[in-house]
Design a binder for this molecule. Structure first.
Ligand code: FAD
Length: 447
């Protein structure tokens, strides 16, 4: 018997339960398939496409002479075509929980069922799949802390055993090469692939895990794990990572962050509408400004607030931004510029290589005050105070804003206070104290 292993965002061979199932069902051959779905591929921004193409090539190289069978088209047609051509008995995937992923998989399952072929979903991109963590009465969580407690109690499996020698099978017929995608000018991408993910993870655990709890908030130190992009494409499974975390304070803090990723996936699973609509409905009625030149200045890192501009420029240069700074720039967009969070979320979606619908949209909604256990709306991030606290010596802002290279540390987060501010750096777009009051006024109106 033969089977098809349809890879999506699980671009790895190790710790892959769906692959084990595929091997079980297809001892005479497993076809490794990837579908370039125009609905996803054509709308993906260049940075993400470039990363994905490289990760696919890495996966393909691991499959020996057979290589990854890449087709382009509607999965509901292409998956069926490949499965029938090789006379497979089943098609294997890891379950997907995003709104589009679920619709697509239903359509593919229905198309396969017409030929009495099953689409078998095993595992997911999470240690505990969305929907599994439940309250005593079976209800779902809307607040992180109790979710976290139950998630810990629920626990997760150990990493899956190795698939060993897989009888990879070429599907024949028409196949596409993984497209060559140039890396956009000025962008540096992390090394993709399963080995790179494991190497990065080992290096982080050895060097930075112990004091992760405190170091994670300092963007200048740059000592977070940078695992988000590898998790995004499933080059490593969170279960593999959780298995390496012991009991120390750093490990506890890291486990909690991984749980945030799982929580937001669970919330999006409960409320698919929250991908682009307000999770908390009253916020839709708040007064917002129309996007104009302010939004452009924010996107280009020209707001005149160093910590905001440094973050926005890091995003363009690396397709990644430090978590603390993501919060600061998001707060600035919503509460200083009074723009709806979706404008910012869309810009992040266009540039983040680790873009994840659940984490991004709910990260934005949390800052905007409209999300789950939202940061109370009246807590407005002060970009100068945040800069001073989390980038005390200005390392981070100087790294991304060469205009501020020579500004003394005392003024590096408010260069407008200098008698001679750097000529090539913009003056502040807004008065933060005024805009804070304005944000609170608008909030009062919907309370
Ligand atoms: P580390 O600090 O090393 O964290 C380890 C892992 O825990 C991360 O890789 C990630 O998987 C998870 N994690 C950490 N913080 C969070 C969090 N707040 N929410 C969910 N998961 C978390 N993360 C994404 O993966 N994709 C996104 O598109 C994304 N958009 C965001 C947008 C905003 C406005 C905010 C505030 C946060 C966003 N995050 C997103 C969460 C977080 O900023 C990134 O996961 C983190 O910066 C990635 O870097 P790292 O791997 O070095 O993180």
């Amino acid at each position: 018997a033969r089977s098809v292993m349809w890879f999506r965002r699980d671009l790895r061979l190790r710790d892959n339960p769906a692959l084990l199932e595929a091997v079980d069902a297809g001892p005479d051959g497993v076809v490794p398939l990837f579908v370039l779905d125009p609905r996803l591929w054509d709308s993906a921004p260049p940075a993400r496409r470039a990363y994905l193409a490289r990760s696919l090539r890495d996966l393909s190289a691991r499959l020996g002479d057979v290589g990854l069978h890449v087709v382009r088209g509607d999965p509901a047609e292409e998956v069926v075509r490949v499965a029938r051509r090789v006379d497979a008995v089943s098609v294997h995937v890891a379950a997907e929980h995003t709104p589009y992923g679920r619709r697509r998989d239903q359509a593919v399952a229905a198309a396969l069922a017409d030929h009495t072929l099953p689409l078998v979903a095993t595992g997911s991109a999470y240690a505990v799949s969305p929907g599994r963590v439940r309250k005593g009465d079976g209800g779902r969580y809307r607040v992180f802390t109790p979710f976290y407690a139950t998630w810990l109690e629920h626990g997760w499996r150990s990493p899956a055993t190795d698939a060993g020698v897989v009888p990879w099978l070429a599907a024949g017929g028409r196949t596409h090469q993984v497209p060559e995608v140039p890396v956009p000018a000025g962008l540096t991408l992390p090394t993709p692939g399963e080995d790179a993910a494991h190497e990065r993870w080992r290096a982080f655990v050895a060097r930075d895990l112990d004091d992760y709890g405190t170091a994670r908030d300092l963007p200048g130190d740059d000592r977070t794990s940078r695992m988000s992009v590898h998790l995004r494409w499933g080059e490593i499974h969170p279960r593999t990572m959780l298995a390496a975390l012991g009991r120390g304070a750093g490990a506890e803090a890291y486990r909690r962050e991984l749980a945030f990723r799982e929580f937001y996936a669970d919330v999006l699973d409960q409320r698919p509408d929250s991908a682009w609509d307000y999770y908390s409905a009253p916020f839709a009625a708040m007064q917002y400004d129309s996007p104009g030149s302010d939004l452009v200045a924010w996107k280009e890192g020209r707001t005149g607030f160093p910590i905001v501009d440094a973050g926005m420029r890091q995003l363009l240069a690396q397709g990644w931004m430090h978590n603390r700074v993501r919060m600061i720039v998001a707060s600035f967009l919503v509460k200083d510029l009074h723009l709806e969070w979706q404008h910012g979320a869309r810009h992040f979606a266009e540039h983040l290589v680790d873009f994840d619908l659940a984490s991004n949209q709910h990260g934005w909604q949390w800052v905007a005050g409209s999300g789950t256990d939202a940061s109370p709306y009246f807590r407005v991030f002060n970009p100068v105070a945040q800069g001073r606290k989390f980038d005390p010596d200005g390392t981070y802002v100087r790294r991304w804003l060469p205009e501020l290279a020579d500004v003394p540390t005392a003024s590096v987060h408010e260069p407008w206070r200098l008698t001679q501010p750097p000529a090539d750096y913009p003056s502040p777009l807004v008065d933060h104290a005024d805009e804070r009051r304005e944000a609170l006024r608008r909030y009062e109106a919907i309370r």
